[in-house]
Design a protein around this ligand. Structure first.
Ligand SMILES: *[C@@H]1O[C@H](CO)[C@@H](O)[C@H](O)[C@H]1NC(C)=O
Ligand SMILES: *[C@@H]1O[C@H](CO)[C@@H](O)[C@H](O)[C@H]1NC(C)=O
Ligand SMILES: CC(=O)N[C@H]1CO[C@H](CO)[C@@H](O)[C@@H]1O
Length: 354
């Protein structure tokens, strides 16, 4: 053993010791195999200028699963324009359309016609909702009921103008299938017609649908969410807010990142009125600006997409066994190499080398 080989072994071993002592983090991407789970969204949004009657949360996914007016786990709290609660909060339950109080001006012996959809021939359908319920139970189309049935016309149930001066807090949790989809609060009553999701509303009333919103909380199974605390107000023209969420599975739940887009309902167009010959023969054109309503559906949409990959960060610390093996390797290797060099150059020149 010579000085050089000892020095070499020491340097290499110190290097190994350094590598052994530090742990490294590695990002590992695996395929997310937990497919049959459901995603749970926790939502708490305030619409400061939209009465609770107008706030309907609908969810649908790419597989065509429609969940209309989800309210099984949702609370709506009426608030005044400046954010104070009005009355108690109320809960709506899914699919049992809220029994609206009957009109007190009606004759007590009044028995509304069910148009053949009643359970028995003597059933009464005194409210628009009961007619709708009876029709849905029979599996009949409720397509034109809101416009034609006298009960609905009396209650002005179908298409009504938006009342102003109230707001609404919407909060609760919702479970959706673990595929891409969207959920939204948009103008009008939603129905499914021929498998399509349709919102019914009066287009001339659309500018009154003030879709300003404050997102207090929008999270998945994980308490952090990048949209928490977001507030968007519409001043000039209401419109369509779209949030695109990219949901990433993690070890401890789901996180998302988002991008947003706003499209106004009213757009300014410029009309050019051609051709007046001014003094001195110069042609002048006048431009007129005016606002035109587009055919957008005003509302707030959350469109989500789930990444199929799960990203995990793991800490890797080298094992002690490997460390020992490497040390033994270094010592053995250096000795072997030095031995080979000594043998190869013969004994005569040996003293010159080392
Ligand atoms: C919704 O958020 C508001 C504001 O942060 C909070 O006061 C309220 O308690 C929340 N509602 C629910 C049901 O968590
Ligand atoms: C919508 O409501 C917000 C909050 O109350 C208000 O600041 C805004 O001026 C309203 N926008 C319109 C177009 O009425
Ligand atoms: C019940 C509820 O969530 N109320 C909240 C509605 O939103 C306002 C802010 O806009 C909060 O102050 C309320 O606590």
């Amino acid at each position: 053993m010579t000085k050089l080989s000892i020095a070499l072994i020491t340097v290499l071993c110190l290097n190994e010791l350094y590598l052994f002592r530090c742990t490294t983090t590695e990002t590992v991407i695996t395929v997310d195999k937990a497919l049959r789970q459901k995603l749970q969204f926790k939502i708490n949004i305030t619409f400061p200028a939209l009465p609770c009657k107008e706030v309907h949360l609908d969810a649908m996914d790419v597989a065509g699963d429609n969940q209309l007016d989800i309210s099984d786990h949702f609370m709506k709290q009426r608030i005044t324009n400046d954010g104070k609660p009005i009355l108690g909060s109320f809960k709506e339950t899914l699919n049992s359309i809220e029994a609206e109080p009957e009109d007190p001006t009606l004759d007590p012996s009044y028995c509304g016609d069910c148009y053949g959809a009643g359970e028995t021939s003597t059933s009464c359908c005194n409210t628009c909702d009961s007619v709708l319920n009876a029709y849905s139970k029979k599996g009949w189309s409720t397509r034109t009921l809101l416009q034609t049935c006298p009960q609905c016309i009396r209650e002005k149930k179908g298409l009504h103008a938006i009342t102003k001066g109230e707001g609404c807090n919407l909060s609760g949790t919702m479970e959706v299938n673990k595929v891409s989809g969207n959920f939204h609060v948009a103008m009008g009553e939603s129905t499914v017609r021929d498998g399509r999701h349709v919102h019914m509303f009066l287009p001339e009333d659309a500018p009154n649908f003030n879709c300003s919103h404050i997102i207090h909380e929008l999270t998945l199974n994980n308490p952090s969410g990048s949209l928490n605390g977001y507030a968007r107000y519409v001043d000039k023209s209401t419109g369509l807010y779209q949030y695109f969420l990219k949901i990433m599975p993690r070890k401890d739940g789901y996180v998302y990142s988002h991008t947003e887009r706003f499209r106004p309902l009213m757009v300014e167009v410029e009309d050019t009125i051609p051709g007046m010959v001014g003094v001195g023969g110069t042609k002048s054109k006048t431009h007129e600006h005016h606002m035109v309503q587009t055919s957008l559906l005003p509302g707030v949409f959350f469109i989500y997409e789930i990444e199929p990959f799960r990203v995990e960060e793991i800490e890797v610390s080298p094992s002690f066994g490997h460390f020992i093996i490497r040390i033994v390797g270094i010592v053995g290797g250096v000795i072997a190499v030095v031995g080979a060099i000594e043998g190869g150059f013969g004994s005569g020149e040996r003293n010159n080398f080392f």
